[in-house]
Design a protein around this ligand. Sequence first.
Ligand code: FRU
Length: 441
Amino acid sequence: MTDETRGESRPGTRARAGWTREQARRIERTDDTVAPIVYPPATDQVPEVHIWDTWFLRERDGTLASVDGYRVCFSLTAPSDLLPGKRHDVATIRCFYSEDGRTWHNAGPVFEAALGQRQWAGSALYDDDGSVYLYYTAAGEEGSEDLTYTQRIVGASGGRIDTDDGFDLSGPWTHHELLTPDGDRYEREEQSRGMIYTFRDPWFFEDPATGETWLLFEANTPVPEGSDACGGDAALQEFNGSVGLARSPTGDPLEWELEDPLLDAVGVNQELERPHVVYRDGLYYLFVSSHLHTFAPGLDGFDALYGFVAEELRGEYVPLNDSGLVATNPANAPFQSYSWMAFPHGEEVLVQSFFNYYDFDGETLDEIAHLPESEQMRRFGGSLGPTLRLDVEGSRTRILGALGHWHIPLDGEELPPTDRELIRRGNRADTGSYGARTGTE
Ligand code: FRU
């Protein structure tokens, strides 16, 4: 990064880097950060289930795996006749596969019996010997009659993919509890004073520069009562999202030790969801998703993908585009997408997310629950949305356009020219709204 593109890094509360109120105050929608509007696809590829948080099977070096020509992904799912707002309570991980990166097939639930009352987001490793590891969040305590919100990070080993006769992923799986919060660097549920408690969303990362093996996750930084963080203002302190980190000393995918968080956002935001890294041009791009309603009082953010860049994995992260905002929804469809996941493809960084509530421009997501149930169902996308295309340079990013719903290009697949490129080449009239056209290519 040149000095011009470097931006500013600030220390966190327990982490080397923090997202500050001053930085977050600069969040605003711009042409470069607003995604095209998303319309429902002509056909729902997997109508039998709601689909939300999704992650791809990746190799150790982070590339999206291609298993005998198949792209493979995992998603949180629930039956599609369930009211969408209830889906988190019954979330089940299903596997999907595709030969062309556009048409996806449902391979069904991955586990017969997993840890937790339900399973929340994670990541998946296709190891060098062909074994599959699935990291996930065990939410709630199995055995308890009531729905509980404890969260543990789990790794399931034993998965194999067989493609002799179509696609088949099977176990037997063994579920290993890998990490629980230590109460010191990572808040435990009983310490939480905030609106939402988090210790979840494990994401595997092998650092290409050092060969070290890491697990990132979403967490909260403990801020004891009476602490002078945020000038002692308890109303701000309870917004304490962090990006947690654990290290595998040997590279063993099932052996992890907690480390200090990578970044925290005390006084800024309660939830830094689904953290992940894209390594590019020798830089570490750390991305998280967050919600409008999890920003601390006095800050106006959006449901959006936020990002930071540093020169080392445990470095001094600088917010992308000065504020951290990378991609958000248009003002007239503020909840159309959520849970973004970025991955490199050729010169670009692509970003996948799920199609959330559309045809809805309420102030907050809570208003959805006040609509008649038939409207809550109608307005929920519940599938993978269009894939966004990003140009990333130093600490600047720019949305270039979008690919179709569920379009995850195959290795080396050439992408069509973006509207911006066509305008530049003079092949397309500049309507001044490249992004407002459609959500598809
Ligand atoms: C983001 C998220 C994840 C969590 C999941 C639960 O969409 O909050 O952090 O694992 O949803 O459904």
